[in-house]
Write a protein that binds this ligand. Sequence first.
Ligand code: HC0
Ligand code: SF4
Length: 580
Amino acid sequence: QITLQIDRHYITVPQGTTILEAARKTGIDIPTLCHINLKGTCIKNNPASCRICVVEVEGRRNLAPACATRCTEGMVVRTSTLRVMNARKVVAELILSDHPNDCLTCPKCGDCELQTLALRFNIRAMPFNGGELSPRKREVTSSIVRNMDKCIFCRRCESVCNEVQTVGALGAIRRGFNTTIAPAFDKMMTDSECTYCGQCVAVCPVGALTERDHTNRLLEDLEDPDKVVIVQTAPAVRAALGEEFGLPPGTLVTGKMVYALRELGFDYVFDTDFAADLTIMEEGAEILKRLTAYLNGDKSVRLPILTSCCPAWVNFFEHHFPDLLDIPSTARSPQQMFGSIAKTYWAEKMGIPREKLVVVSIMPCLAKKYECDREEFKTNGNPDVDYSISTRELARLIKRANIGFTLLTDKDFDLPMGASTGAGVIFGTTGGVMEAALRSVCEIYTGNTLENVNFEQVRGLAGVRRATIDLNGFELKVGIAHGLGNARRLLEDIRNGRNEYHAIEIMACPGGCIGGGGQPLHHGHSDVLYARANALYREDAAKPLRKSHENPYIKTLYEEYLGKPLSETAEHLLHTRYFN
Ligand code: HC0
Ligand code: SF4
């Protein structure tokens, strides 16, 4: 233990603690632009490059970066002397001297950490402006907009893409004034191995990496009298949307969200959770089919089965594990199952021609935008899901439409595709898809009713989790990984024949969808993921039905249209293939 003085506080911290960590423990908020360390995930970045966090240390001539200076016994630190404040201000002014400063029209306006610091440091002029700006690329992909002239070289995107996701799509190239962060050889992101997970967007402090915005397109569709516009909301959105309106993380806003979507003018407000229940029917049947074959001695059966509902994960295994494409479940994601059923079964029932029906999804995810665009999810060029907007985009729309979100009462989803069980709700957090599958697979396999549907063993935020479930004497071994780096480790084990599992759930984002690249920005607060996960478990616990196979509207869908799981119609509408 070390005792030191920071401003007027005497504090004791463990050996190895940095000044930044020690200060934050005492409530002294030293500003930073590059540093990030999110507990509960492995998201970290500490290149000590921005120099915004400088402090004075008694006895040292130079200012020290708080993020990279360890506390020592008896150290005396000053975080807010005039010298420190002026140094920080000059650093920010220098960053701004190579910045476009088009803040009013920047997609990050109001949510930009550089803008916030300019305000906090009382920057009222641009003393170093007027020179040349470094030349950098712009790119619009299906999911992400890259506007590198706004990049401030914090390297957060590079850390998250390389170290957490192990994709390696972004890194520094060229030198000096011409340096930029880009895929290797300055390729476009679309030509790189980027999975569109959006984690780089979630940590970018400025407007260099943002989501592709579809809000104007949506407003036009909502105004069009010839179109029927329906919406599906992903499980994780309800656990985070409230944060955009000042509600504490973990506030469930399901009913308010439905009300707001009605106010925006959607003709029907449905729930992706309905399709999550449908996914369990199909994926569960696939698990049971492979397990039964395996137990009957079929040596050709491929195990473990991997979940396939996360599009960034699908993109990742298609790029990096082309030799394992026969392992994942062929079930489409709930987003795509929803679109497929909406534009066939439901549209036929309602007498709505496909070309008049617009299916929009609200997702915590940016890769969902890319998923909508995949050719295999289109019929004669018409996509099953027309486009996806993120939780952040929805919040912007609600504000733009003058809807007083926090004052709204609760409204219910429309039927039939708004009905879901608790199993569908927990899809939004890491481990939730596996738990939902276990609730159905266990009951169907053993023929017994589960006394306790809570599979606590698969919950939590540890990067890789394993559990063994007893199925009438057969030990079913399941694994869960979130974050693509963790997924890669599991897949490499499978490739090398070192694998103990029968089924594995993988989500690309740390935390699963609750930590998706389209969620409200966490601004460095790590506890938001726990709070959002708990919110989903609360909604699940409050549901009268908690197992997907008990959803009465899913039963009707099979009776009226699909027959049974894995039927020819179900295979055609609800399953897919993978490509590399
Ligand atoms: Fe997810 Fe989904 S749970 S990927 O994490 O499976 O985005 O929330 O909508 O499709 O349901 C995201 C969240 C979904 C899908 C569902 C799955
Ligand atoms: Fe890397 Fe994901 Fe960003 Fe693509 S979207 S560059 S994979 S972090």
